[in-house]
Design a protein around this ligand. Sequence first.
Ligand code: ZN
Ligand code: ZN
Ligand code: FE
Length: 750
Amino acid sequence: MRVRLRIEGTVQGVGFRPHVYRVASSLRLGGYVLNDERGVLLEAEGPDDAVARFIRRLREEAPPLAEIQRMTSEEVALRGEDGFRILASGREGEPLALVAADAATCADCLAELFDPGDRRHRYPFVNCTNCGPRFTIVRGVPYDRPLTTMAGFAMCERCRAEYEDPGDRRFHAQPNACPDCGPTARMGDAAGDDALAAAASALRDGLVVAVKGIGGYHLACRADDEQAVGALRARKHREEKPFALMAPDLGAARALVELGPAEEALLTGRERPIVLAPRRPGARVAAAVAPRSSDLGVMLPYSPLHHLLLADAGAALVMTSGNVSDEPIAFGDDDARERLDGIADRFLTHDRPIHTRTDDSVVRARRRGAPPLLLRRSRGYVPASLDLPLDAPPLVACGAELKSTFCLAKRRRAWVGHHIGDLQNLETLTSFRDGIAHFEELFAVAPVVVAHDLHPDYLSTRYALERDGLQLIGVQHHHAHLAACLAEHGETGPAVGAIFDGTGLGADGTIWGGELLVGDLARFERAGHLHPVGLPGGDRAVREPWRMACSWLAEAHGEEPALPATLAGAIAPDRWQAVARMARAGLSSPVTSSMGRLFDAVAALAGLRATATYEGQAAAELEGAAASAGPQAPYPLPVGDGDTVVLDARPTVLAAGEDAARGEDAPLIAARLHAAVARATARACVIVAERHGLSTTVLSGGVFQNRILVDETTAALENAGLRVLVPERLSPNDGAISYGQAAVAAARAV
Ligand code: ZN
Ligand code: ZN
Ligand code: FE
């Protein structure tokens, strides 16, 4: 018999055609295989039982980086073909979606790396079809060596032979290289193994080493060296934001953090994200690694260079992004030299250029059994496509401002770009523009629609307005959060969404952030929200949580509040009074229903933090405190049942203030707030769901990066008999906004 098979999913650029070839050849089948715009298309003919076995083995023995989503087959007429061939792509003009994500070194390559008899022994750029750099080295399509940053390295005869042999693990592995023909590691005058030895010894001596990795430069030092970590913090101008760690292996990671099976699977998976998990008591890390943080972020080596460095250094390293303060991570060699000069004592670098800057991805454990939260989706995940639950015209969605990403889409597929960072300066704007142009080429999307946030001042919105000739679709921020979560679960709604974050422009022109929405992908209504208060001083109130404590107390008391004892040491009485007057009078105090700001206010009242040194710090510390107290009785947080369901946090803040005045400790106050918000949110969702006859709820927005809050609210909703959708493949934070905009635009475009 002869069959035609169509295979969809992640099947291009991952060694799928050679896999088909090998299986077909071993069964002596005739036919062909090729890539086209939908995936892999093949025909195979031979005896019935051999063809049946062929189909089974295609799945069972699929290459590690492949993910088969759909496989359909039909019987076609015999052609009497006896050889099996790999054909060139079946399409003209339009380039193919051949680019996979960067993948961690596979077990076979790792074995070669540490095998003294292998020709790639200790070669820091070993890779094969199943692993290695991909997205970060691609300059254009088709994905072929001349259009990667490996173009400058001519393969030696032995590498070429592997590359051309369909039976070899390196058949068509574009970054294939060896010590004779490939890139070289360098540190100062030392090259190759000498460079690695010198780097390891510099780390042991307590120096800071800039390390060029897959998506950019890291700054590394020993994690247990108090002085080295302190020096790195001071030079980087990073006050308290935790540093990520790289542990030599899983055993070493387990000694640092508490890991469940889901976290261990992520740590050792090919994406190799940073996993945030509770710090183990007695973990051997310097205090300056993550001051006042109950979690540590840990990852495992993901490139051969990291494997060698960690093995040689023999200890966990700090591996933080190579940048100053909040700038984007350095990835160009000259740029890194310039910007990291004075921070790094040494540079361990190499001559394989990085084309696209890609930060480490970050995931966070939830309660046991629940899928972890993907907080930052970048290296290892990008540019894998996500499905859309409806057909999209070719479109680009521009995202929000902080933790920015963009998204390209057509038909049922969406490609969310790498983490760009905070889109607030020329450098991030340039990577945003370049990234969109790059993705348009890689995935052959010629947008006819551009989706954007309603905020007119976001650089992403201005970019959208500059794109000529496209249909503009403005999407409300929290609606985009709701749509993103529905769409990633393959749903179109309607559903009730509790969308809690720091800020987003509302449909009424005020700043939203504690929203109960009812909506589907096309439209929404605001069914409820957190009681709004003023942001005294606007953006300053975001950096200074004590201002939110003042504003909430003023709102709750209905008069100018006295300076709480817990803030007396941190804030001068006259400043407090000035802000209290400002809040009462509504001067320079835009109104917000932000849930993030409520958490800030209570963190300040509890005496945890009057001013923040990085975004989300107060809330993160409040969560850490709550975790240490365990479950506690909730504060009052009444839920109104008017036309709009209002969560009234005034009594909550008063009760927290009384606890603080009585000298109750911060963990108790924190835990009581978490319990109150979880319970009130669930109650509000139940009210809205009943009114609208709905049974599905969505929890999203940056506030739901909080593990306690997401787990407790989910449990309460499930107890009430509602379904709960939580982001899994994208972040609850603004990294998912672009994909949500794409889903809304697809639903609205005609
Ligand atoms: Zn490999
Ligand atoms: Zn070679
Ligand atoms: Fe948001």
